[in-house]
Design a protein around this ligand. Structure first.
Ligand code: ATP
Length: 250
């Protein structure tokens, strides 16, 4: 904690050697009133999950953490952008590698997932009571040894050739995220522009899955609220919002 010069992010840190899911732990704590900025970190997860209850493979050697936030409307609407940028800046600060942002919330290196993110909101009386930002970052464990992740996942160590300090990466993330999260109150448009510049999904051919339907199109533009406009082969334009769909680069 000595190297952490933040006011909000990580002002309380709960470290658990092992837990089912930091996201579940953080949500329980937030419901019981934990303050904004509380960070739950673990060494390994036994039931880590991504969106739509999909499994997040969580062995020792990587980063699994969840932050409790109580965002206002400005912060809530661009929370994923701020968190994605913060991870990508933190990776760059600690390793020199440039993480590419895949819409809406994955970070890739060489087209493979190095970080997954899950933002969950607790709504009470139509208002956000709290949000939890969960992050899984593949750092020092080679994820290619998991058959289900072959060709899908990568780890920082596969690109640096030497171990990366999880502590340095986390500290850098908390600094970057604090700046961006607080910045959303006044500089939301600028943060959107930074996010858009690192978004590799723009201009790409993609397959979008929504419920049982899948369709292919080209990502034509990204709207300042973070949603995408996709041009289909028949010329129609569809508008997609994170949370509703799953997107694959074709
Ligand atoms: P999609 O790629 O369909 O848009 P998503 O990016 O929202 O989904 P999540 O649901 O957040 O993905 O994450 C779960 C998926 O991520 C799993 O189905 C698996 O393919 C992949 N995955 C699981 N564990 C890891 C890991 N440690 N590193 C990289 N990818 C993983």
């Amino acid at each position: 904690k000595n190297n952490l010069h933040t006011c909000l992010m990580g002002r309380e840190i709960i470290y658990l050697p092992e837990t089912a899911s930091t996201q579940t732990t953080a949500m329980d704590m937030a419901r019981k009133g934990s303050q904004e900025g509380t960070l739950v970190i673990t060494g390994k997860q036994t039931e880590g999950h991504g969106r739509l209850k999909r499994l997040w493979v969580s062995p020792q050697g990587n980063i699994y953490m969840s932050l409790i936030l109580r965002p206002n409307q400005n912060q809530l609407s661009r929370l994923i952008m701020a968190a994605s940028l913060a991870v990508s800046f933190a990776i760059e600060n600690t390793t020199g590698l440039i993480g590419e942002l895949k819409w809406p919330n994955d970070i890739l290196i060489d087209g493979k997932k190095v970080c997954g993110m899950l933002v969950e909101n607790d709504i009470r009386d139509g208002q956000v009571n709290f949000s939890t930002v969960g992050l899984g970052i593949n750092v020092n464990t080679d994820m290619q040894s998991y058959p289900e992740l072959k060709g899908i996942a990568t780890s920082l160590i596969n690109h640096t050739g030497k171990p990366v300090s999880c502590e340095k990466l986390i500290v850098s993330f908390l600094h970057e995220f604090e700046r961006l999260y607080l910045g959303l109150n006044e500089y939301g448009e600028c943060i959107f522009e930074m996010w858009r510049k690192r978004l590799i999904t723009l201009g790409k051919e993609v397959d979008v899955t929504s419920g049982k339907d899948t369709y292919r199109g080209i990502v034509e533009s990204v709207v300042p609220d973070g949603s995408l406009k996709i041009r289909l082969a028949d010329g129609n334009l569809v508008h997609i919002v994170a949370g509703d769909v799953s997107l694959r680069h074709a």
